[in-house]
Write a protein that binds this ligand. Structure first.
Ligand code: HEC
Length: 145
């Protein structure tokens, strides 16, 4: 029941709804879900499955920039476990490195955001900013069976 409510609230209000509940695990998961959804749209555009849309391309970069900016704030000491998190303990052991990943990603996103006006430049820009996903997950997420 709770998860249904959370999902509904998030759909309507976005991450702010979760944040209001003071739940950093839920907040960071929702933030990453928004990144996942934006990436699906980006992939579809890059592959020509849906028509290129400059407004959508900009929105994808905006979602990424928001995540790169806020994500690192949702890892307080008391959020290492629980809430079905896949966050690795390495996040707290190597906080500076974790933080730097987001800062470097933010730099890449800034560059990519200036290259979203046509499909060819978007493809290159999108390819560049999505390289960071796997690299970070590999190091800072635990794998589930
Ligand atoms: C600098 C680190 C970092 C980068 C870059 C990053 N992620 Fe994540 N991502 C995480 C962490 C940490 C989690 C685990 C959060 C948790 O479970 O508490 C996560 C979780 C996720 C999840 C699961 C959310 C859920 O439902 O629990 C998705 C989907 C995701 N990331 C997609 C992406 C995509 C797509 C990109 C690139 C466009 C990306 N991430 C870039 C760190 C990162």
């Amino acid at each position: 029941m709770r998860s249904v409510l959370v999902a509904a609230a998030v759909a309507v209000l976005g991450v702010t709804a979760v944040l209001a509940q003071g739940d950093p695990i839920a907040a960071r998961k929702e933030l990453m879900k928004s990144v996942g959804a934006a990436t699906r749209t980006g992939n579809q555009m890059a592959k020509g499955e849906i028509p290129f849309d400059a407004a959508k391309a900009k929105e994808i970069m905006r979602v990424y920039a928001n995540a790169a900016d806020k994500m690192h704030t949702y890892f307080p000491e008391n959020s290492k476990t629980g809430g079905d998190t896949t966050a690795s303990p390495k996040i707290w052991e190597s906080q500076a490195e974790f933080r730097k990943r987001f800062d470097d990603w933010a730099e890449d996103i800034k560059k990519a955001s200036a290259q979203t006006d046509d499909i060819e430049s978007f493809k290159t820009a999108f390819g560049n900013v999505t390289k960071a996903c796997g690299g970070c997950h590999e190091t800072f997420r635990i794998k589930r069976n």
